[in-house]
Write a protein that binds this ligand. Structure first.
Ligand SMILES: C[S@@+](CC[C@H](N)C(=O)[O-])C[C@H]1O[C@@H](n2cnc3c(N)ncnc32)[C@H](O)[C@@H]1O
Length: 328
C-alpha cells in the first residue's frame, strides 16, 4: 500500500496567499477564521471541540435529521454515479454518512473533500475511504472565500458523467454572506443539488435563543482552540483574555451572531517576517464570529443568489437545520 496521498492545492492556499491573508488579519485586527484550522494542532483541537459540543454529534435526533436530508437528496438524483463535493468538509463525518447512504442505495460514489486545511482534508479523506475507493477520492485544499476560479477547478475534479451533490455544512455561520454566497452560487450548476447546514438560534425569541446557545462557544474547549492562533504568533496567555458577546450583523441585516475578541491587558508586539504589529493595552482583536440563523432567514439569504430551498429539516432542539437547494 502506498504511503503517498495526492492532494491538490489551489493557489489561494499557496504560502504567499496565506501570508498575505495573515498580514491582512493582523492589520485589520480581524482574524480570517481560516487561521483557526491551519495547523495539525488546531485541527485536532477543533475536532475534539466539535465532538463535545456540536448538536450533530451529541443529539440522536440531529443524526436522523441529516439522514433524512441525505435520503431526500438521493431520491432526487437519478444518476447511478454521484460525485459528492464537500465544501469546508472538516473531519468529513457528515459527508461520509451521506456517502455511506448513497452507496447503500446502489450508487457509485466519488468524493472531493475540500477544505482550507490540509490536515482537515486528509482526516475527511481517511473517514471517507471506508466507503469510497482511493481512486475515487480527490482531496482539494483551497480558500473558498478568495479562490475565483473554483467552478472550473471543481468541474475538472470528478468524472464528467456523474451527478453532483455539493455539501456546505456548518459554513454559513462563519462567513459574511456577501462574501461567500456569490462564490457558492457560482459553484452550484443548474443540474446539481446543494445540501447546506446551518446552526440556528432556537425558540420564538431571537435574543433568548442566542443567550441559550452562548455556552456552546463560551467554554474552555473553544477558548483553548481560539487561543492557539495567538499563542502560535508569540502572544502569551496572560497578555489578556478572550471575551464573548452577542451582536447584531454589523452590515445592518437582521442576523445576530456570537463573537469572540481577545482584549490585551498589556502591550504585545507580534512579528511576521519583516512586518511588526503592536497591540496596546486595552486594544482588542476579533478572533471569531458565528452567525446563528432562524430557519426562515436561510431561504431569504439564498434566494437573491439564485438558490432555492426545496426542503428543510430542523432538529427538535431547533439548533440545527439542513436545507436541500437547487439553482432557480
Ligand atoms: C465549522 S467547520 C465545519 C466542518 C464540517 N463541514 C462540519 O459540518 O462538520 C468549518 C470548516 O471550514 C473550513 N474553512 C474555514 N475557512 C475556510 C475557507 N476560507 N475555505 C475553505 N474552507 C474553510 C475549516 O477548515 C473547517 O473545516
Amino acid at each position: 500500500m502506498s504511503s503517498v496521498v495526492h492532494v491538490a492545492v489551489h493557489r489561494s492556499q499557496f504560502p504567499e496567499s496565506v501570508r498575505r491573508d495573515l498580514i491582512e488579519s493582523l492589520r485589520r485586527r480581524r482574524v480570517n477564521h481560516k487561521f483557526h484550522y491551519d495547523s495539525v494542532r488546531q485541527t485536532q483541537k477543533w475536532l475534539a471541540l466539535h465532538e463535545a459540543c456540536s448538536p450533530a454529534r451529541r443529539e440522536a435526533d440531529c443524526e436522523t435529521l441529516y439522514d433524512r436530508s441525505f435520503d431526500a437528496a438521493a431520491r432526487r438524483l437519478k444518476a447511478g454515479r454521484v460525485h459528492v463535493i464537500g465544501l469546508g468538509c472538516g473531519g468529513g463525518w457528515k459527508d461520509t454518512r451521506l456517502l455511506t447512504r448513497l452507496k447503500a442505495g446502489g450508487r457509485t460514489v466519488f468524493y472531493t473533500p475540500c477544505d482550507v486545511s490540509v490536515a482537515m482534508t486528509l482526516v475527511a479523506r481517511r473517514a471517507a475511504l471506508r466507503v469510497v475507493p482511493k481512486g475515487r477520492c480527490f482531496p482539494l485544499v483551497c480558500d473558498l472565500a478568495s479562490a475565483d476560479d473554483l467552478p472550473g477547478t471543481l468541474e475538472a475534479q470528478g468524472p464528467p458523467d456523474a451527478a453532483r451533490l455539493v455539501t456546505f455544512f456548518g459554513m454559513l455561520p462563519n462567513f459574511e454572506v456577501s462574501v461567500i454566497l456569490p462564490k457558492l452560487a457560482a459553484i452550484v450548476r443548474r443540474e446539481d443539488l446543494l445540501l447546506a447546514g446551518a446552526n440556528l438560534a432556537p425558540g420564538r425569541n431571537y435574543d433568548d435563543g442566542m443567550k441559550r446557545i452562548l455556552p456552546q462557544y463560551d467554554n474552555v474547549l473553544t477558548r483553548d482552540w481560539l487561543m492557539t492562533f495567538l499563542l502560535d504568533l508569540g502572544v502569551e496567555r496572560d497578555d489578556g483574555e478572550i471575551r464573548f458577546c452577542i451582536e447584531d450583523d454589523p452590515s445592518g441585516g437582521s442576523l445576530k451572531r456570537v463573537a469572540a475578541d481577545f482584549r490585551f491587558s498589556r502591550a504585545r508586539r507580534i512579528q511576521v517576517d519583516a512586518e511588526r504589529f503592536t497591540f496596546r493595552r486595552g486594544e482588542s482583536i476579533r478572533l471569531f464570529f458565528s452567525y446563528r440563523h432562524r430557519p426562515g432567514q436561510i431561504r431569504s439569504l439564498l434566494d437573491p443568489h439564485g438558490l432555492r430551498v426545496m426542503e428543510r429539516w430542523v432538529s427538535a432542539s431547533e439548533e440545527e437545520g439542513v436545507f436541500l437547494c437547487r439553482r432557480k
